[in-house]
Design a protein around this ligand. Structure first.
Ligand code: WQD
Length: 345
């Protein structure tokens, strides 16, 4: 066994895929999750894929006492991958304090426990391309200016990166890597793991698959008057399994003391942007399922176009996204079909 790694939010979409990747690379994954955006059944699905049932503790990381007890009982942790946070842009605009309290409070509790413990001096942090806002230059690189966040959610990611930077400067043995995700989509190739949006999905691809399966009547495409070739927004969609792999690579970079600075930041994208209509067409072409959709007004807060400069992750991290848009759509659809057939009660 390569070592024990804490995965906070490990029952969530990206977290669960990363737990699978960790286990398949010989690590012992321990999950902390309060199930605010997931279901207990995810544990069985992870176990079905890897044959190893991860230790799972139902804990809200806003409770510092509970977290301190956990760290005392798991003093042999080698690292932490921190996903636990709320992530719906629109919801954050309606309820900013819930986002600041949870996303920042949980991170601060986590950092206090890590810097206070003998072990777990390495943190991989789930950040986001939302820190760039609408970049002036595309593709956007890590040294692009961080612009005023377009939502409280994006602001929590910006502030979190600053909190981590200051903690790394203050605590000599502590190191961190912040991974700025672009748009994670798709599902595990087995069809046993995927995104489990509770309620009406905020994001494009789960809304596409739920419309295709008949759970939603019609997909609404938010805006067709943007300054893009077909008028719809452009995003850098990245397969969740490529994203999960990057977390293990980042963790190992620190475990092997290959990191050059105490806090490093990497974009995780494919470097290729696709419009909403291109994504819709890719889904229809890949699955053969015709989608019912219509145009509507723009969605407030949407960035017009963003895609990643992936050079630093490719060269320095030694990681590159491998899966294309068709595989992202095919795996997302396979997961939706399995859900519809009762995979997750
Ligand atoms: C993508 C495009 C919408 C739904 C997400 C996460 C955020 C961050 C970045 C990680 C936009 C359009 C959507 C629909 C649509 N990820 N759309 N109809 O807004 O880029 O942000 O990725 O940190 O947490 O939320 O992703 O999938 O919501 O939207 O037309 O029903 O699809 O307008 O252009 P977004 P999204």
């Amino acid at each position: 066994m390569a070592g024990k790694i804490l995965v906070t939010g490990g029952m969530g979409y990206i977290g669960s895929h990363t737990v699978v990747e960790l286990q398949q690379n010989g690590y012992q994954a321990v999950i902390l999750d309060n199930l605010s955006n997931s279901k207990p059944g995810m544990l069985d699905l992870i176990t079905q894929i890897t044959g190893i049932k991860p230790e799972f503790i139902n804990l809200d990381m806003q409770e510092r006492d509970g977290l301190e007890v956990f760290f005392r009982e798991h003093h042999d942790l080698e690292g932490v991958i921190h996903f636990a946070a709320y992530k719906a842009v629109g919801e954050s605009v309606e309820n900013p304090l819930m986002y600041y309290r949870n996303n920042l409070g949980s991170l601060i509790n986590m950092l206090a426990c890590m810097t206070g413990s003998r072990a777990a001096k390495h943190l991989v942090f789930s950040s986001s391309c939302t820190v760039y806002g609408q970049p002036e230059v595309l593709p956007v690189s890590e040294n692009a200016p961080v612009k005023p966040a377009m939502s409280p959610y994006g602001n929590t990611k910006q502030i979190s990166e600053e909190i981590i930077e200051d903690t790394c400067q203050a605590s000599k043995k502590f190191s961190a890597i912040s991974l700025r995700y672009f748009n994670p989509i798709g599902a595990h190739e087995s069809g046993l793991l995927g995104e489990l949006p509770l309620g009406v999905p905020n994001n494009l691809v789960p809304f596409i698959t739920q419309t295709a399966i008949g759970k939603r009547k019609q997909l609404t495409v938010f805006g067709n008057d943007y300054d893009t070739p077909d008028g719809t927004c452009i995003r850098d969609y990245i397969h969740v399994s490529d994203l999960a792999r990057a977390h293990v690579v980042a963790l190992e970079r620190m475990l092997k003391k290959q990191n050059k600075e105490s806090h490093e930041i990497f974009n995780l994208g494919t470097g290729r942007g696709y419009s909403v209509l291109e994504a819709v067409n890719a889904f229809e072409k890949t699955t053969g399922v015709k989608l019912n959709w219509k145009f509507s007004d723009r969605r407030p807060g949407d960035v017009e176009k963003v895609w990643a400069d992936t050079g630093k992750a490719n060269k320095v991290l030694g990681w590159k996204a491998e899966r294309g848009l068709e595989e992202m759509m095919a795996t997302a659809w396979k997961w939706e079909v399995n859900l519809n057939e009762g995979l997750m009660k």
